[in-house]
Ligand binder design. Sequence first.
Ligand SMILES: NC(=O)c1ccc[n+]([C@@H]2O[C@H](COP(=O)([O-])OP(=O)(O)OC[C@H]3O[C@@H](n4cnc5c(N)ncnc54)[C@H](OP(=O)(O)O)[C@@H]3O)[C@@H](O)[C@H]2O)c1
Length: 227
Amino acid sequence: MSEPPVPIVGGTGKLGYGLAVRLAAAGVPVRIGSRRAESATDAAERVRDVVDDADVDGAANAECVGGAPLVLMTVPFDAQAATLKDLEEALQPGQIVVDTTVPVAATMGGKPTRMLGVPQGSAAEQAQELVPDGVRVVSAFHTVSADELGDLEVELDEDVLVCGDDREAKQALAALVDRVPGLRPVNAGRLESSRLVEGLTPLLIGINIRHRVSAGVRITGLSESRW
Ligand SMILES: NC(=O)c1ccc[n+]([C@@H]2O[C@H](COP(=O)([O-])OP(=O)(O)OC[C@H]3O[C@@H](n4cnc5c(N)ncnc54)[C@H](OP(=O)(O)O)[C@@H]3O)[C@@H](O)[C@H]2O)c1
């Protein structure tokens, strides 16, 4: 049986494109989602332009998540709640939603080096509150630069910190991350730890601006991540 595509809700944006490019280059089938199906199919074409033989297509967000074991979601913080509301009927118990949201103040007109407070503790915990019962949220990719992902000339060499309350869900995402050369998934703890990981992004943005780099995260002293 052929492998089901990995949906990327909001995959028309910067991080979604980067993830789609790297996953497609690793031979993973991808389905890009958008509020407008036409934008999704355009985005899929952009991925096929840079990845030979990419198995990528596009569809409206709600259409693309149906039946997928694991769904990536790459939308800005101010769009997270509305996006999950739109997916209310489409998401089913047992599915995994990988939230990449960082509540940077820039989404509300503030500085990209500052965080917004989230009443639930983190964007990921807000997502868990908004998905239908039985859908498991894990969070990841906060510290990975979309530009670096989207440029196949760049050799990746960094960790992806993964938070979540369900071990099996974290392992499912780790298996996907492992397929991308240069990315290593690291178990960063429960979903409540996502607040700390999300907070690394504004820190990295500040470092990037100051040093004109695209910094990522590497956990030292860890030969193998335990799940
Ligand atoms: N950029 C990075 O380097 C990076 C790295 C790590 C984590 N992140 C996080 O990943 C998420 C996505 O970042 P990004 O840079 O890819 O964002 P983006 O390009 O600004 O937006 C991604 C997609 O979200 C959808 N969207 C935008 N505004 C929306 C709204 N008001 N309502 C519903 N959907 C909306 C759009 O898709 P459609 O119009 O096609 O529906 C858009 O293409 C953010 O939460 C960010 O904090 C980003």
